[in-house]
Design a protein around this ligand. Structure first.
Ligand SMILES: CC(C)(COP(=O)(O)OP(=O)(O)OC[C@H]1O[C@@H](n2cnc3c(N)ncnc32)[C@H](O)[C@@H]1OP(=O)(O)O)[C@@H](O)C(=O)NCCC(=O)NCCS
Length: 185
């Protein structure tokens, strides 16, 4: 399974044996994430659901459709507490070579640069190893922390997509923030 290091973090894939770790993350951050994510199915906060989801993520990673990496502090040697994740999903090949970016942190770890640090690594992997040409991050207009993150990473705003994603039960307009792999022929 994939595992990467940055200055302060370990980024790694998780399989279903980490269902409790992931469930704990979502339970701790239920209220914090609500405003920014899709409505959750009723059984979302169960071990069974998280276990199935992690299995599916591994399959999708193997088939090359996503890259999802969970974040841990480097001193968390047993990978006991994840502090968030970054995901490159909807990987499309052919003449697109593109993906959609998502990320989330733990409410108690904000504004320490962790997501930016993790994404710097993730972007290198997706451009150099996966050889993708375009990363697109859809961001709601009021999500100022997230806008700041993509700006720090050099993304450009390509404009607004009307009612692009259903977030917290409501179709929301999103800005399309994009980073291109200029090295790629
Ligand atoms: C978006 C998110 C991942 C950022 O994680 P993070 O590790 O705190 O990000 P960083 O520390 O790398 O950068 C955050 C930046 O936003 C700034 N910021 C935070 N809140 C802000 C606000 N309300 N208004 C303006 N800027 C803000 C911080 O000062 C920091 O900028 P700086 O480095 O110039 O000081 C985190 O807030 C989160 O998980 N949000 C909920 C889920 C989410 O929105 N995901 C993205 C969906 S598009």
């Amino acid at each position: 399974m994939r595992l990467y290091e940055t200055n302060r973090l370990i980024l790694r894939e998780l399989d279903e044996t980490f269902a409790l770790t992931v469930l704990n993350y979502y339970q701790r951050n239920k209220d914090f994430l609500k405003e920014w994510e899709a409505e959750k199915p009723e059984d979302f906060f169960t071990l069974e659901y998280q276990s199935e989801r992690l299995k599916k993520d591994i399959e999708l990673t193997k088939s090359g459709h996503i890259l999802k990496l969970w974040l841990f502090h480097k001193d968390d040697k047993d990978f006991a507490r994840t502090i968030g994740c970054i995901s490159f999903s909807n990987i499309v090949r052919s003449i697109l070579q593109s993906c959609i970016l998502g990320y989330k942190l733990d409410k108690d770890e904000l504004n320490k640069g962790y997501i930016t640090e993790a994404l710097r690594k993730g972007i290198k992997i997706i451009f150099n190893e996966y050889q993708l040409h375009r990363i697109e991050a859809p961001i709601m207009l009021r999500n100022e922390a997230s806008i700041r993150v993509v700006k720090k990473l050099g993304f450009e705003n390509e404009g607004i997509a009307k009612k692009l994603l259903k977030v917290n039960g409501k179709w929301e307009d999103h800005m399309r923030w994009v980073l291109l792999n200029d090295e790629m022929q």
